[in-house]
Design a protein around this ligand. Structure first.
Ligand code: CP
Length: 319
């Protein structure tokens, strides 16, 4: 019997597997209704402990396009995590649904869910990682640049957040040279950097962690940023806006990158803060391709996990 595969961090896929999932996402984008591993329809439970537009809509649409039935459960609507333990919740859910998708706070909660679930568990954003977003981002870069390996991808801003961690891990997994720039005290944790360096050694990618925004931007192929005030940090807003000013993606910052560099932002964006309006609304921005690609990338990871776990006949067909 196949072992159940989960997608909790970017490194849960080997470099070859990540490439396979991105290839599949491109196929699914070209043939929107040709893959039905959730035919039945089988139900996929999608839990949200934090707000969402893209993740919610893209999972709903993607599950339906895969022949399944999405069950969206918002914070406070279920017993999960407050009236019922995560292990008990997993043991109930695995008898009713084919996949569990969860946007939550602690990564440990996702790990506990996966440890107790015989169906795949997918991280739809935690405080530490946003791996589904990175599949969409890498898909977008592939569409605009071709190969990922060898490209330089620079992330600026709050470099201690979930997006910075995921850019670092998913980027090196694809063989990219990833530069992460932020102020002292807001850089990735040592454990993330070490994991990224180990993966980079296998793929030919590299890791640069710096407080020097200009150095991070020099000749980059891809520039990325994220909000300076992540969900749950609203009370720190004023202090954080001052802290990250030197790391804004402005027209002047973009001019340091290659002339054909593209700009990513996972959205929602705050124009005039982490990104200038002229940049996000300008010709080098691919942020709406990136948003659309959430659907294609998530369809691919769901179908891939079902097939790899032996729960679907293939990425195309249910069992
Ligand atoms: N980028 C992203 O995850 O968007 P939502 O918070 O709207 O889901």
């Amino acid at each position: 019997m196949a072992t159940t595969r989960h997608f909790l961090t970017d490194l849960d896929l080997s470099p070859a597997e990540q490439r396979e999932v991105l290839d599949l996402a491109l196929e699914m984008k070209a043939e929107k209704y040709g893959f039905t591993p959730y035919a039945g329809p089988q139900t996929v439970a999608v839990f949200f402990d934090k707000t969402s537009t893209r993740t919610r809509v893209s999972f709903h649409a993607g599950i339906a396009e895969l022949g399944g039935s999405p069950l969206i459960i918002n914070s406070g609507e279920s017993q999960l995590g407050h009236k019922e333990s995560i292990p008990d919740s997993a043991k109930v859910l695995e008898r009713m649904v084919s996949t569990i998708v969860w946007r939550t706070y602690a990564q440990s909660g996702l790990e506990e869910m996966a440890a107790n679930s015989s169906v795949p568990v997918i991280n739809a954003l935690s405080d530490d990682y946003h791996p589904c977003q990175l599949l969409a981002d890498l898909l977008t870069v592939r569409e605009h640049k071709g190969e990922l390996a060898g490209l330089t991808m620079s992330y600026l801003g709050d470099a201690a957040n979930n997006m910075a961690n995921s850019y670092l891990l998913a980027g090196v997994n694809a063989g990219m040279h990833v530069r992460i720039a932020g102020p002292e005290g807001y850089l990735p944790a040592e454990s993330i950097v070490v994991a990224a360096q180990e993966r980079a050694a296998l793929t030919g990618g590299s890791v640069t962690i710096t407080t020097d925004a200009a150095a991070a931007l020099a000749d980059a192929d891809v520039i990325a940023t994220d909000t300076w005030v992540s969900m749950g940090q609203e009370e720190e807003k004023e202090a954080r806006l001052k802290l990250f000013t030197d790391y804004a993606v402005t027209s002047a910052a973009l001019a340091r990158a290659k002339d054909d560099a593209i700009v990513l932002h996972c959205l929602p964006a705050y124009r005039g803060y982490e990104i200038e309006a002229a940049v996000i609304d300008g010709p080098q921005s691919v942020v709406f391709d990136e948003a659309e690609n959430r659907v294609h990338a998530q369809k691919a990871i769901m179908a891939w996990l079902m097939a790899a776990s032996g729960l679907a006949a293939s990425v195309r067909e249910a069992k």
